[in-house]
Design a protein around this ligand. Structure first.
Ligand SMILES: CC(C)(COP(=O)(O)OP(=O)(O)OC[C@H]1O[C@@H](n2cnc3c(N)ncnc32)[C@H](O)[C@@H]1OP(=O)(O)O)[C@@H](O)C(=O)NCCC(=O)NCCS
Length: 182
């Protein structure tokens, strides 16, 4: 899927989503520490290009969250299966900008666009158990724990069905998957 079918902008109010572009890489690289997947440090221009390549590969749907034209966050969909399912990532960079309704507004803008254009039937959100704010946020957005998948992942990790059956609930540092059916 190409970025071309993704609208350039979603929303018209103070909170808007603007399609990610290569020009955003400088500010995103600063805001998302350790974004460069290689772990090595490169000259700035190379880092931006590598990060752009990484975003293009991983996030077919990728938006900057703008508040009054200032970049405050990122929202995107990875593991994108057109017309079926995708996994959402959302971050408001600055702690001081959180708890102002920006995350909720950004998610609703993207969700409405996805529904309007029937891009996906299911959205997943992967969250660490140790991130109660994230868990609460996605619950507020209508997501619920995808118990079936947790169970399957545990079976995969152990490679044995019996262990998966015994271990029903994730530990605090484990990742859980939440799901929203559109
Ligand atoms: C999770 C995250 C995206 C939420 O974004 P956010 O902009 O803070 O979300 P909102 O402001 O819409 O909602 C968060 C809380 O603020 C409250 N809130 C919303 N508007 C508010 C306002 N004007 N005044 C006071 N509180 C407000 C909401 O009711 C909600 O409260 P609750 O947690 O008690 O239910 C943000 O905390 C974040 O970037 N975290 C780090 C990354 C992360 O964990 N991402 C999720 C996993 S992908």
């Amino acid at each position: 899927m190409s970025f071309a079918i993704i609208p350039r902008q979603i929303g018209r109010g103070p909170i808007r989503l603007r399609r990610l572009s290569i020009a955003d890489m400088a500010s995103l690289t600063d805001k998302l520490d350790g974004l460069s997947m290689s772990g090595k440090s490169y000259p700035a221009l190379i880092s931006y290009l590598l990060n752009w390549y990484w975003f293009k590969r991983n996030y077919p749907v990728a938006y900057c969250i703008l508040l009054n034209d200032t970049l405050v966050g990122f929202i995107g969909i990875s593991n994108f299966i057109p017309k079926e399912a995708g996994e959402i990532s959302l971050i408001i960079f600055d702690e001081k900008m959180r708890h102002k309704g920006i995350g909720t507004a950004a998610f609703n803008l993207l969700k409405e666009d996805i529904q309007r254009r029937r891009l996906l039937k299911t959205i997943y959100a992967r969250i660490e158990q140790g991130n109660p704010r994230g868990v609460k946020f996605w619950r507020n957005m209508g997501f619920f724990p995808d118990q079936g998948v947790q169970y399957l992942e545990q079976i995969d990790k152990k490679g044995r069905h019996q262990d998966g059956l015994q271990k029903k609930y994730p530990k605090p540092n484990e990742t859980v998957r939440f799901v929203l059916r559109l």
